[in-house]
Design a protein around this ligand. Structure first.
Ligand SMILES: C[S@@+](CC[C@H](N)C(=O)[O-])C[C@H]1O[C@@H](n2cnc3c(N)ncnc32)[C@H](O)[C@@H]1O
Length: 210
């Protein structure tokens, strides 16, 4: 275990699933009160609000749920039931403490999600489609577990969107698998953020499964 506490810089440089598990195991206890509070993290709020504004309903899967920040906003907006999935058992432990999730599913999204097809009417994700984390190759697994008509709200770091070719992947899916695609851009952090990423933005990929 390193002596330096985990931070965004370290998270963006992650490579293997084992690296993710190691870093997030270390970060889980301090993520909300440290990183999220200090950087005035807002992306989970934008993502949950966009989902609800589009008419999104439960059951919802929160992908890369982490400590449950997005799920907590969704629950506060009256959405449920919500399941959490994440590669990190320690992050899911923190999420379960919020007492808003029906179930917690430990899984590497790049290996699929161990739930039956057509399980969810909504899929949300905040902060997990980003540098060193999930790319567009994870999208088919999410479509598999979504029902026809399911609403998606997936935040994607704007620079990651460009560098990993999300535009091509989404436009290919738009030929018969998804519809009503829109990509509102939001700031990831609020006015109190001080770190080098304070002005970073994300696109929220909003679409429905056909
Ligand atoms: C930056 S955190 C975001 C957490 C939360 N959604 C939020 O907005 O605060 C990214 C999360 O993605 C998870 N993650 C990274 N790679 C993953 C993978 N391959 N499969 C599932 N979860 C993954 C991490 O464990 C971590 O909890």
């Amino acid at each position: 275990m390193s002596t330096k506490s985990p931070d965004l810089h370290a998270a963006y440089a992650l490579d293997s699933p084992e690296d993710h598990k190691r870093l997030y195991a270390e970060w889980a206890g301090d993520y909300d009160d440290g990183f999220a509070a200090r950087e005035d993290y807002q992306l989970h709020i934008h993502t949950a609000r966009a989902f609800v504004s589009a008419g999104g309903q439960g059951p919802v899967l929160d992908v890369g749920a982490g400590t449950g920040l997005c799920g907590a906003v969704l629950a506060g907006l009256g959405v449920g039931p919500i399941d959490a999935t994440d590669i990190s058992a320690e992050m899911l432990d923190q999420a379960l403490r919020k007492d808003i999730y029906r179930d917690a599913i430990e899984a590497d999204l790049n290996q699929g999600i161990p739930v039956p097809r057509d399980s969810y009417s909504g899929i949300v994700s905040s902060g997990t489609f980003t540098h060193g984390h999930l790319g567009p190759e994870a999208l088919p697994a999410l479509l598999n577990v979504a029902r026809t008509g399911a609403q998606f709200a997936l935040s994607i770091n704007a620079k990651h969107y460009e560098s990993l070719g999300f535009a091509d992947a989404l436009h290919q899916l738009a030929h018969g698998q998804i519809q009503n695609l829109s990509l509102p851009e939001v700031r990831i952090y609020g006015d109190l953020a001080a770190g080098p990423n304070r002005d970073d933005t994300a696109l929220i990929a909003m679409f429905e499964k056909i």
